[in-house]
Design a protein around this ligand. Structure first.
Ligand SMILES: Cc1cc2nc3c(=O)[nH]c(=O)nc-3n(C[C@H](O)[C@H](O)[C@H](O)COP(=O)(O)O)c2cc1C
Length: 397
């Protein structure tokens, strides 16, 4: 399958409707994904990126219906990781001498994975490649989201091929942002940013400002996953700038796990207290043992406050909560308030440990949290309500 974006640019990627987990088991993809590759035809013909390894054969078969492979003059690899380069070895069997344009670290990545001495052409920011009437301009984009990443800009058509930046794991039959449900699209973009790009936020801000400084007109942004931005493509750039700044929504998220519902009862009372103190604030309540880890992270990313609960087990915390806190630590979230709660039977270490985890993840932790022995009674419920009230009051307005 291929889709013409205009007279000179064709999408030649693959839709993966079935994908439910990506990066091994690390990232959930409820709506599948796409691996986007693009063919640009001028006096010269260039292929930008390929697809994930399991789709290599399908990709080449499709490509042959669109172009005689011998007509491809150049390859551009914006990012060497296997979901974009997986079809490269198969393709290079057909066109072994075609030059591959990528960053210096892209060469290292491709050589490291495929151990081939292909005709690599290293490019740096500002380097240009003439295709005839059109030119490609390369822009290195390290850590958006890997060290080797780069963007490629096509003149005349004013298209930014941004690879993983501005993408989403979202398989749809509609190719463009103006044709899909905007709420679904926003959610997938936000989830992608929250889970994958958050640690690199300072670099996101710097890189976007650098690219905006080039004053290149951008009529379309074509990422390597999901739909293409042709309607007001600047909207996703503005969302990235906002997310990179880390400005939260008016939201508090309560994340917990429980063995026998005692900590859940505490969570319910804390939520009541939050809502009494601030009826305006949006509250999300998630049992992290049952919820999807990446969706939880997305809610945490949006929140100004996060209250984490676990009962004490063997002098520690429940493994689902521990895993969640470990994940949060890696994201280096900024400017969020943290709180802790949990039921216990005798020694009651969980609340202290959660507070320590949150502090080391960069949260402000300004209170002692709330712990309840066994099942909360009326006083225990009131202590939790009061905790919720105080937490929300501190974050109000
Ligand atoms: C396997 C197991 C280990 C436990 N270890 C501890 C412990 O080390 N210290 C403690 O204070 N309570 C311990 N408890 C008691 C629980 O913390 C207590 O039952 C609590 O009320 C459970 O809350 P939950 O229903 O929210 O899970 C343990 C309970 C279980 C089942």
């Amino acid at each position: 399958m291929h889709v013409d974006l205009n007279d000179h640019v064709t999408w030649v990627g693959v839709r993966d409707w079935e994908l439910r987990k990506f990066h091994g088991e690390e990232y959930s993809t409820h709506r599948g994904s796409t691996y986007n590759a693009y063919l640009v035809r001028d006096e010269k013909t260039v292929l930008i990126d390929t697809v994930w390894l399991p789709f290599a054969k399908q990709f080449i078969e499709q490509l042959i219906h669109t172009v005689d492979l011998k007509e491809i003059d150049y390859l551009v690899m914006n990012h060497g990781v296997v979901d974009h380069s997986g079809a490269l070895p198969e393709l290079m069997r057909h066109i072994p001498d075609v030059p591959i344009y990528c960053t210096k670290k892209g060469v290292a990545s491709l050589k490291g994975q495929y151990h081939q001495e292909w005709n690599f052409q290293v490019v740096k920011t500002g380097d240009r490649l003439s295709l005839g009437k059109r030119e490609l301009i390369f822009i290195e984009a390290p850590m958006l989201h890997w060290p080797d990443s780069m963007f490629t800009y096509l003149t005349e058509n004013n298209i930014l091929f941004s690879n993983d930046a501005f993408g989403q794991h979202y398989a749809t039959s509609e190719m463009f942002n103006d044709l899909v449900d905007p709420a679904e699209l926003y959610q997938e973009c936000l989830k992608y940013y929250a889970n994958i790009l958050t640690p690199f936020s300072p670099m996101v801000t710097r890189k976007i400002n650098e690219v905006l400084g080039f004053n290149l007109p951008v009529d379309m942004i074509c990422p390597s996953h999901g739909v293409l931005w042709r309607d007001h493509p600047e909207q996703i750039i503005h969302s990235y700038l906002k997310w990179a700044e880390g400005v939260p929504e008016n939201q508090i998220t309560v994340v917990y796990d429980t063995m026998w519902e005692n900590t859940r009862k505490m969570a319910d009372a804390i939520v009541e207290g939050i809502q009494e103190a601030d009826p305006e604030v949006s509250v999300k309540v998630i049992n992290v043992g049952k919820g999807d880890k990446n969706d939880v992270i997305t809610d945490v990313f949006q929140s100004k406050g996060v209250i984490v609960g676990s009962s004490t087990i063997n002098r520690g915390i429940l493994t689902s909560v521990a895993g969640f806190l470990e994940e949060v630590k890696g994201l280096q979230l900024k400017g969020k308030q943290g709180g802790a709660f949990g039921s216990y039977g005798w020694s009651g270490e969980s609340v202290k440990q959660i507070r320590e985890h949150l502090k080391s993840a960069g949260f402000r932790v300004e209170d002692e949290g709330v712990a309840v022995l066994w099942t909360p009674d009326a006083d225990g419920v009131e202590a939790c309500r009061q905790y919720g009230r105080t937490f929300a009051e501190g974050l109000k307005g």
